[in-house]
Design a protein around this ligand. Structure first.
Ligand SMILES: NC(=O)c1ccc[n+]([C@@H]2O[C@H](COP(=O)([O-])OP(=O)(O)OC[C@H]3O[C@@H](n4cnc5c(N)ncnc54)[C@H](OP(=O)(O)O)[C@@H]3O)[C@@H](O)[C@H]2O)c1
Length: 814
């Protein structure tokens, strides 16, 4: 080769001969292959490289395949020595060269080695843009190639980017000027194309010590130079194998950091570490005015929007670390003023930082200390900084492109430790965005299943935060009170829902409806001293104001034992319905055998109870209900069934009774239904009003006819188009005096009755209980809703879909 090139030197220098033709005549690689592979020197050096690789292999733990990248592998002279030593099952070998001519030839040459991949790589260019994975290769091998690049430092930077942390670089290079090499490869332009003349002023090769210095300067450690002869002047030491390890911290791309610095020292430690890795940092401290206080240090006024903008103009920041919160006053020094100003300053500056970084969002680190209580016994000591977490979560949701992370450092740990965990978090590049350190443990945010509160936990009551919409119904903690004399405390098992509760929740009840719930079934858990009839543990039915709660206290007179034959839910259909029906029909209307009784809305709770009571005394029942509920009435044995949504019932009753009319009206309907009902009442009849009149305001036909009255006012869509009228009583009374002055008229309020006539109520409850116990009365049909779904129960009744009773059950607690 030397003879070939030397004899043509003059022609080459004159430009009459292409030196590439001399090295690779017509693309033939054989001559150079022999030189790189078969010559004595090549054999010796390639064997040395092989030994180095074998040593590296022996130290490698076999957790994952060994990844080797060969750069500028060319004719494969060194490759041929290394490949036979590798285990094909545990090795990935990438053969690269700047020219596809070499990679294609190599593909044929090394086809026996199936674990080899062949790719083009120009190590003078950013390897990432050429599709190579960064920090991926355990060993990078480059034989007689790196010297041929323009800038050794730049080449080493690219090599380092490709190496894993602690990965190994193996370089085979000529280490002193060699005239025979100049006469061969020196003929090509590539030999002389170096531009790093501060390092290589006149010649492409550098000495072993220069290599070591260069490697150390460029992020490699533990560099050694291996040579077959320790005498540097020996012929055998004209080449060397340089081996070095990648330093652990790899900086693939220097980043720009803006650190909103604290004054406790975390910022300065961070800067020290980051800059030692080649990162660019600017630190800004919170102060009264804008000022540059050092080469890269500033102070800014967090309340001044322009200060933040000026900072952000300094650089395109890749990362922003917000540490200002760490300087907030301690709990002892906290005042309302410092709390307000602190929170406001944080929020204002962060908002500014975010709003001014939309173009290229940096990663945002919000660092706090002692904000997150990771255990329920942990104190939250830094209230001012809490606003940072609130804002951090909002940024994460609304601007995920900022990749913002909240890191809460542990209080009472050394500064060094705080810096360490913060740096580890920053370097980890983890997907977590809420991290809190506490008791030497790293916590991240997770949703965990939470068991609903049970009997052993806080008792609850159903409340309405604001009347008007059922969505505002919610179970709230209940405070239990001590018993007064004559009271019992009931652990509620089921609550009967009443129309009154629906009106109460919707803010449509005229007057004060009190707390939600009028009745319940449950177990007596305690009783006042003078309560004798009730036993602890006894299951009872009760009229109980505020009965939508776990425990309710009531007057013992409003309680009666649950009939053994009834289930909890069956018993819950009884108190208000039967008491109202019994009181109105027996006590007021004095119902007797042969009476004709019109029961409006008879498929409802009171209606069904009234049917049973009327039937029991042998009265003739006329009942109204919406058409869909007629079957329920038929099953109850009612034969005169009419529509509760039209006024036709009056005509129909007159026809059936041959214009005689009825003796008793049990009414809960409103408007024209009242006058129509009066019209068919006998002159000396009894009209019992249990409803609260609804003013139908334009929805009601002025001339009632066969025409269907608009759907139930509480029906379609769940909206009430009407308002309850306070004048309901007067309305009925007026009609009464005009139409049937000789009839008895009763306006009933069972709650007043319970308050004013407790003995009467107690005796009626006892009587009803006996009747149920003996089977004379039957519990009503019902629909049950679990208490967590109480809103649905209310909505169901609001839409008048039900027949019988709607029950809310607490069986989830059992
Ligand atoms: N004054 C008192 O002390 C007292 C005591 C207990 C009950 N009450 C009242 O008596 C009435 C019946 O009580 P309840 O427990 O039987 O009630 P319920 O079970 O809710 O039955 C009411 C029935 O009324 C009918 N109805 C007619 N117009 C309606 C409307 N605008 N919205 C909803 N439903 C309408 C529905 O039947 P259709 O679909 O068949 O028409 C519904 O099923 C209620 O108004 C209640 O407030 C008063």
């Amino acid at each position: 080769m030397l003879q070939r090139c030397g004899s043509q030197l003059a022609e080459v220098l004159r430009g009459d001969c292409d030196p590439v033709q001399l090295l690779f005549p017509d693309g033939d690689l054989n001559l150079t292959t022999q030189l790189y592979q078969e010559s004595t020197g090549a054999k010796m050096m390639n064997n040395l490289v092989k030994q180095v690789i074998l040593t590296a292999l022996s130290n490698k733990t076999p957790e994952s395949p060994l990844k080797i990248l060969e750069i500028g592998a060319g004719t494969g002279g060194t490759t041929a020595y290394v490949l036979p030593e590798l285990d094909q099952l545990s090795t990935e070998y990438v053969f690269t060269d700047v020219s596809s001519l070499f990679t294609e030839k190599a593909r044929q040459q090394f086809q026996a080695y199936s674990f080899v991949d062949y790719r083009v790589l120009d190590i003078e260019k950013d390897p990432k843009t050429q599709g190579f994975l960064l920090q991926h290769y355990d060993i990078i091998l480059a034989a007689n190639v790196v010297h041929a690049t323009q800038d050794l430092q730049q080449t080493l930077t690219h090599i380092r980017q490709l190496l894993t942390s602690q990965g190994m670089l193996v370089l085979l290079e000529g280490t002193r000027p060699l005239r025979w090499l100049d006469l061969i490869f020196g003929l090509t332009e590539g030999w002389w194309r170096f531009t790093d003349t501060d390092l290589r002023p006149t010649y492409p090769l550098i000495s072993p010590s220069q290599w070591q210095q260069l490697l150390e300067k460029n992020g490699f450690v533990e560099s050694i130079v291996l040579s077959p002869d320790s005498n540097p002047d020996s012929f055998l030491s004209q080449q060397g194998v340089m081996v070095a390890r990648n330093a652990e911290d790899i900086n693939t791309e220097a980043k720009n950091w803006l650190i909103l610095g604290d004054r406790q020292g975390i910022a300065s430690h961070l800067v020290q570490t980051l800059e030692s890795k080649g990162e660019n940092c600017i630190v800004a401290y919170s102060d009264s005015h804008y000022q540059q206080i050092g080469a890269k240090d500033y102070q800014v006024n967090p309340q001044n929007e322009q200060d933040i903008s000026r900072l952000l103009e300094k650089k395109q920041f890749d990362q922003i670390i917000y540490l200002w919160g760490l300087d907030d006053p301690s709990e002892e020094d906290l005042t309302i003023d410092t709390l307000e100003t602190g929170s406001e300053n944080h929020c204002r500056s962060i908002l500014q930082l975010i709003q001014n970084s939309y173009n290229k969002p940096p990663r945002f680190w919000l660092v706090t200390k002692g904000v997150m209580a990771t255990d329920k016994n942990d104190p939250v000591v830094s209230i001012t900084q809490s606003s940072l977490w609130g804002l951090g979560k909002a940024i994460a949701l609304e601007h995920p492109e900022f990749n913002s992370v909240c890191v809460d450092l542990e209080i009472n740990t050394e500064l060094k430790q705080q810096v360490k965990v913060l740096l580890e978090e920053i370097n980890a590049n983890s997907p977590e965005n809420q991290i809190a350190f506490s008791k030497n443990t790293r916590h991240v945010a997770r949703l965990v299943p939470q068991k609903l509160s049970t009997a052993t936990t806080q008792p609850r009551q159903l409340t309405i935060s604001q009347r008007g919409t059922l969505e505002n119904l919610q179970w709230q903690p209940l405070n239990r009170h001590s018993l007064k004399s004559g009271e019992v405390e009931i652990r509620v098992k089921a609550t009967g829902l009443n129309f009154r509760d629906v009106l109460n929740a919707l803010d449509l009840y005229p007057g004060d409806a009190g707390p939600l719930g009028c009745e319940c079934v449950g177990e007596v858990i305690s009783k006042g001293e003078d309560v004798e009839l009730m036993n602890i543990g006894q299951e009872v039915m009760a009229i109980a104001s505020g009965s939508f709660r776990d425990y309710v206290i009531v007057d013992a007179g409003m309680v009666t034992p649950k009939p053994d034959s009834l289930t909890i839910e069956e018993a819950a259909t009884i108190p208000v319905t039967f008491l109202t029906a019994y009181y109105t029909l027996h006590h007021l209307a004095k119902i007797k055998k042969g009476d004709r009784v019109l029961i409006h809305a008879a498929a409802g709770g009171v209606g069904q109870a009234a049917i049973q009571i009327a039937q029991k005394v042998g009265a003739e029942v006329f009942a109204t209900a919406s058409v869909g509920k007629w079957n329920t009435l038929r099953q109850l044995g009612v034969s005169h069934i009419m529509n509760s949504r039209t006024l036709d019932f009056a005509e129909e009753i007159l026809t059936i009774t041959e214009d005689e009319g009825v003796d008793i009206v049990l009414n809960s309907l409103s408007g024209e239904f009242i006058s129509k009902s009066f019209a068919i009442l006998k002159d000396n009849g009894r009209f019992v009003e249990i409803g609260k009149s609804l003013k139908l305001e334009g929805k009601y036909p002025t001339q009632p006819s066969q025409e269907e009255i608009p759907p139930t006012p509480l029906g379609k869509g769940g909206q009430l188009p009407t308002q309850l009228s306070q004048e309901g009583k007067a309305e009925g009374l007026d009609i009464h005096s005009q139409l049937k002055p000789d009839a008895a008229y009763f306006q009933v309020d069972m709650f007043k009755v319970c308050q004013e006539e407790p003995e009467l109520v107690q005796s009626m409850l006892c009587h009803l209980r006996e009747q149920l116990q003996t089977g004379n009365f039957q519990p009503l049909s019902y629909q049950v809703f679990p208490r967590e779904d109480a809103i649905s129960a209310f909505r169901y009744m609001q839409q008048a879909k039900h027949t019988g009773k709607v029950i809310v059950s607490y069986s989830d607690r059992e």
